[in-house]
Design a protein around this ligand. Structure first.
Ligand code: KIV
Length: 260
């Protein structure tokens, strides 16, 4: 996979993207044939137990990108730029984006529209492909007043359409649309030549992205836009309970597990 192939998929075949944060999840995503692996800053919530993505650092991201690359040597990996890694100056943004590529990413993703146009241009000029991210942008949760669906008002719709066009013009190879009214996501998708990849943005995006742990049911919160394909939390919990019971009852280790 490469950015040209991803752009070429628009209108032909839905693009699949899933997050992965470590060696085993990357192996599974890659073996399943997922088109793009996103090392999302959602690792702050999902892996590190924070209540937002704000505390996630560049060091956190680089460590997880390296692990994901080890688990998926041939995958197309997008590294998510964490809060304050690109907002301070375009120079700092290019430097941090470059560190993500050195760690093993093929491209980076950053949140925001028009205000980051110049920064994105500079990152792309340095040879680093950029995926945009519009709609609900979790790093701005404090400005947006919570996890709110975007595109509900005429102003919000206009802004999303304008920002998407700007991201296309500066050279992004795709755009994540998060928590966007379905009809607005459809309009954006029809208005630009690069693929949109939706999460809570309805059926008409060019692709879909979900968080790995939501897909396999390792997270237990019910979210309308998520589909849980397995109940891994319960499977793991039962396995650990069985282990504990067997040790307490002197069933494990058995004759099969010893060295003679
Ligand atoms: O960090 C993340 O997982 C993301 C996805 C929700 C798109 O940005």
């Amino acid at each position: 996979m490469n950015t040209k192939k991803i752009i070429d998929m628009k209108g032909k075949e839905p693009i699949t993207m899933i997050t992965a944060y470590d060696y085993p999840t990357a192996r599974i995503a890659s073996e399943a044939g997922i088109d793009i692996i996103l090392v999302g800053d959602s690792l702050g919530n999902v892996i590190l137990g924070y209540d937002s993505t704000i505390p996630v650092t560049m060091e956190d991201m680089l460590m997880h990108i390296k692990a994901v690359r080890r688990g998926a040597p041939d995958a197309f990996i997008v590294g998510d730029m964490p809060f304050l890694s690109y907002e301070i100056s375009p120079e700092k943004a290019v430097e941090n984006a470059g560190l993500m590529l050195k760690a093993g990413a093929n491209a980076i993703k950053l949140e925001g529209g028009e205000p980051y146009a110049e920064t994105i241009r500079r990152i792309i000029n340095a040879g680093i492909p950029v995926m945009g991210h519009l709609g609900f942008t979790p790093q701005s949760v404090n400005l947006l007043g919570g996890h709110k669906v975007q595109g509900k008002t005429p102003e919000s719709r206009e802004k999303l359409l304008k920002d998407a066009k700007i991201l296309e013009e500066v050279g992004c190879f795709s755009i994540v649309l998060e928590l966007v009214v379905e009809q607005v996501a459809k309009e954006i998708t029809e208005n630009i030549k690069i693929p949109t990849i939706g999460i809570g943005a309805g059926r008409y995006c060019d692709g879909q992205v979900l968080v790995f742990h939501d897909v396999v049911g390792l997270t237990t919160m019910d979210l309308k836009f998520v589909k849980r394909y397995a109940n891994t939390y319960e499977i793991m919990l039962n396995a650990v309970k069985s282990y504990k019971t067997e040790v307490k009852n002197k069933v494990f280790p058995s004759k099969d597990n010893i060295f003679e």
